[in-house]
Design a protein around this ligand. Structure first.
Ligand code: DGL
Length: 271
C-alpha cells in the first residue's frame, strides 16, 4: 500500500521560461488532481543560444531545487534541455525524469500519412538531431526536414509579451518556408514555446498540416508512469507553485494571458 503523503507529492516541471506552460496546460487537462511545482529559468532564457555545458548546469541546479521540493517525478518541459541534459540527468538522479522529445517523435511518426515530417526547434535542438534520430529509428522510411527558428522568437515571448505580432510572423515565415517546400504533412513543434504560436504558424502552413505538440504525448507518458508506480494523486490539496529566476510578476501576467486563467502562486527565486 503506497502512503498518501507519497501520492500527494507534486510533479516538477522545468523550462527556460514560458514554454513549459504548454506541458503544464496538458497536466491540467489530463491530471487536474496533480499539484505542479514549475521552474521557469527566465534569467537564462533563451536556452537555444547557450552552450551544452551551460544548459546542463542550469538543468542540474533546477533539478536539485525541485528535488528539495519533494517532487515525485520531473518533466523536462523543454526540448533544448531534453536534447542536451536528459540522458545525464536520468543517470544522476533517482527521481523519475522524462523529456518531451521521445513522446513527440512517437506522436509525429504515428500521424504522418506521406512519411514526410518537418521539425522546428531551437538551434541546439536541431543541431542535436534528437527528433530525426528517433523518428528514423521508429520508421527508417520516413524523411525528415528540420530548421531552427531564430532565438528572437523566444525573446518576443519572454521579453516583449507577444506584443510585436509582425515580428513573430516574419520570424516564423523565415523558419517554416524551407520546410513546407518539402511537402511535409506533419510538423513537430519542437520547442515548448511554439504551441502558443499555433495561430501564427497556421498562417504560414495550411490548416491541413498536422501540428504535433509533444506536450500531449509527454503528459500521457507521465500519467502512465505514475499509474505504474501507484503514485497518481486522488485530489489536489495544494496550489500549483511557479518559481521564476527572472521577473516573477511579469511572468505571471504573460502566463495568465497564454493560459487564459491564473494557474497558481508565483515566486521569484535565485539559484
Ligand atoms: N522552450 C524551450 C524548448 O522547448 C527553449 C526555448 C529557449 O529558451 O531557447 O526548446
Amino acid at each position: 500500500m503506497i502512503k498518501n503523503n507519497k501520492i500527494s507529492r507534486p510533479i516538477g516541471l522545468l523550462d527556460s521560461g514560458l514554454g513549459g506552460l504548454s506541458v503544464f496546460r496538458e497536466i491540467d487537462k489530463q491530471m487536474p488532481q496533480e499539484q505542479v511545482v514549475y521552474f521557469g529559468d527566465t534569467a537564462h532564457a533563451p536556452y537555444g543560444e547557450k552552450t551544452n555545458e551551460q544548459i546542463t548546469d542550469y538543468v542540474f541546479s533546477i533539478i536539485d531545487f525541485l528535488v528539495q521540493k519533494d517532487v515525485k517525478m520531473i518533466i523536462i518541459a523543454c526540448n533544448t534541455a531534453t536534447a542536451v541534459a536528459l540522458g545525464e540527468a536520468k543517470k544522476k538522479y533517482p527521481v523519475p525524469i522524462i523529456g518531451v522529445i521521445q513522446p513527440g517523435a512517437n506522436e509525429a511518426t504515428s500521424k504522418t500519412q506521406n512519411r514526410r515530417i518537418g521539425i522546428i526547434g531551437t538551434e541546439v535542438t536541431i543541431r542535436n538531431q534528437g527528433y530525426e534520430k528517433l523518428i528514423k529509428k521508429i520508421n527508417p522510411s520516413i524523411a525528415t526536414f528540420s530548421n531552427s527558428c531564430s532565438n528572437q522568437i523566444i525573446r518576443e515571448m519572454e521579453e516583449k509579451a507577444l506584443r510585436n505580432e509582425d515580428a513573430i510572423r516574419n520570424l516564423l515565415k523565415e523558419c517554416l518556408e524551407p520546410i513546407i517546400n518539402n511537402d511535409v504533412d506533419t510538423l513537430v513543434l519542437g520547442c515548448t514555446h511554439y504551441p502558443f504560436l499555433k495561430k501564427y504558424i497556421q498562417e504560414v502552413t495550411d490548416l491541413e498540416m498536422c501540428l504535433v505538440d509533444p506536450a500531449k504525448a509527454t503528459v500521457k507518458q507521465a500519467k502512465k508512469l505514475l499509474e505504474e508506480q501507484q503514485l497518481i494523486n486522488t485530489h489536489k490539496n495544494k496550489n500549483n507553485s511557479f518559481f521564476i529566476s527572472g521577473n516573477a510578476d511579469f511572468f505571471a501576467k504573460i502566463a495568465e494571458k497564454l493560459l487564459g486563467y491564473y494557474p497558481g502562486d508565483f515566486h521569484g527565486v535565485t539559484l
